[in-house]
Each structure stands twice: as C-alpha cells, then as structure tokens.
Write a protein that binds this ligand. Sequence first.
Ligand SMILES: [Zn+2]
Length: 288
Amino acid sequence: MKKRRVHNTNLILPIILALLIVVTFFIFKSSNFNQQIPDVVEIPKEVQESIKNVKPQKYLRVPILLYHYVEYVKDQGDTIRKSLNITPYTFDAEIKTLKDAGYEFITTKDLADALDDKITLPPKSVILTFDDGYRDFYTDVFPILKKYNVKAVVFVVPNFLGLPNNLDTWMLAEIAKSGLVEIGAHTMNHAYLSGLPLARVKFEVEESKKTLEKILGVKVVSFAYPYGAFDNKTIDVVKKAGFRSAVTEISGTFTLDVNRFFLYRIRPGGRVETALLDLLERQNLAQH
Ligand SMILES: [Zn+2]
C-alpha cells in the first residue's frame, strides 16, 4: 500500500507540467498563428499556364530585397512583429555591406525604365522594398537611407495612413519629397486580391494609385500584392491601372519582361557581410 501511494504522488507533478505545456501551447497557437494569412510563394498555376509559350526578350538580374519592420521591438510577446523585424543596427550593417560591395540602389521605377530600354542599369543594382508603410520607416529606416544616401521603395496602404503603427500622411509627404524613396501602392485596405470579385480588385488597385497620387502629387507606378497574392485577373487590373511593375513574395532575383508584373523578391533577414552577399548572388533561387 505504502509503496503504491508514493508512486502516485510522484506522478502528480509530471502530469501537471504536461497539462500546463499543452494548455500554454494552445493559448500561444490561437493568439498568434491564427491571425497570420500565409504568403503566396509560388507562381499560381493559371499564371504559369499563360506564360508557358512566351519567350522572354529581356533578361535582368536585380535582387529586390523585402523588408517589413526595422525597429527595436518593445513588446517581446509580439511574435509576428518580431519574426518580421530586423533591428536598425542590423539594417545599417546590411546597407554598409551592400555599399562596400559596390551595389547601387535603384527603385522599381528604374527597373521598369530598364525593361522599356529607357535607361541602362548599373551592373550591380539592388532594390530595397518595404511593405505596408509602417511608422518605423520614418523613424528608423529613413534616417539610415539619408545617412548612406541610398534609394528605396515603400509600398503604402492608403487606408492605414495615420494609424498608430503606420505612417502619418505628413511623414509620407516628407519621405516622398526627399528624392530617395519611391512610393508604391499596396491596395487601399491590404486586400488579399487573388479570388476577389473583379469590381473589388479594381477598386483596391485603382483607388490606391489615385489616392496616393492625390495626396503626394507624384506619379505612382509600382505595385506590391498584399500577401504576394495574385492571379491572371489581378495582373490584368494592375497593368490597366497604369502600374509599370508589380512585386510578389516569390523568392528569386531574375527580372524578365515576362515577369514584370510578378517580380520576385528576397528576404535578407538579419544577414550581413558574406552571408548577405552570398544570398544575393546565389543561383539556385527561383529562376522561372
Ligand atoms: Zn503587406
């Protein structure tokens, strides 16, 4: 009898611990991961079909880097923000790495100009792109761009302007005026465009261009698909709206006339020096 009771007592603690772990896991899972819509990282089948027999006439190799947050994250429990973030210190080191390696910083508009034979790109060109128009673009990124005198592109969601986490209109106006930053559109409401009714796609795409042009008094010619989600209908609407290129979240460095409306990008993460340069020169990224 005595022996058995000791045995049972010894089991209580591990059982409580196991239960705690399971409960914590489910709380963590429901509070963080369910809110994230997965990004589209492959060319949709119908788009692959439509370009199957198209022979590319143009071939450029320009790494387009994709950033979201660049800041010192205050809320350490904000796992989504942390996963999309690099610190300003790391971002500064990345720019220094690229500059020292002889990279020149161009914009997506420059890339479109090169595809249209209006300009010739420097042999080592790179594009920095920032999605969503977060407030830290003004407070943390912009000062570093000015410090190194390098260009970048920010893709803005007009209906997010003025929210606590996002740029104020006056910040965006100052950024646009600097001559260093091209302003691109990212739909009116950060909409997942693929599969939406045509009228809604048209509204999200066309209005985002018109609204930004009206606010800033500049031409907006570059587009980024929220969540990287696009299909043939979306591409058609983006083209007809007057955009000259569009970026996705498909990994790669190759720009053809064929994929100018679904350009590939690379996530540099926290890589600096050799790790970053290797990533940009890697050949085994999507080449399509
Ligand atoms: Zn976005």
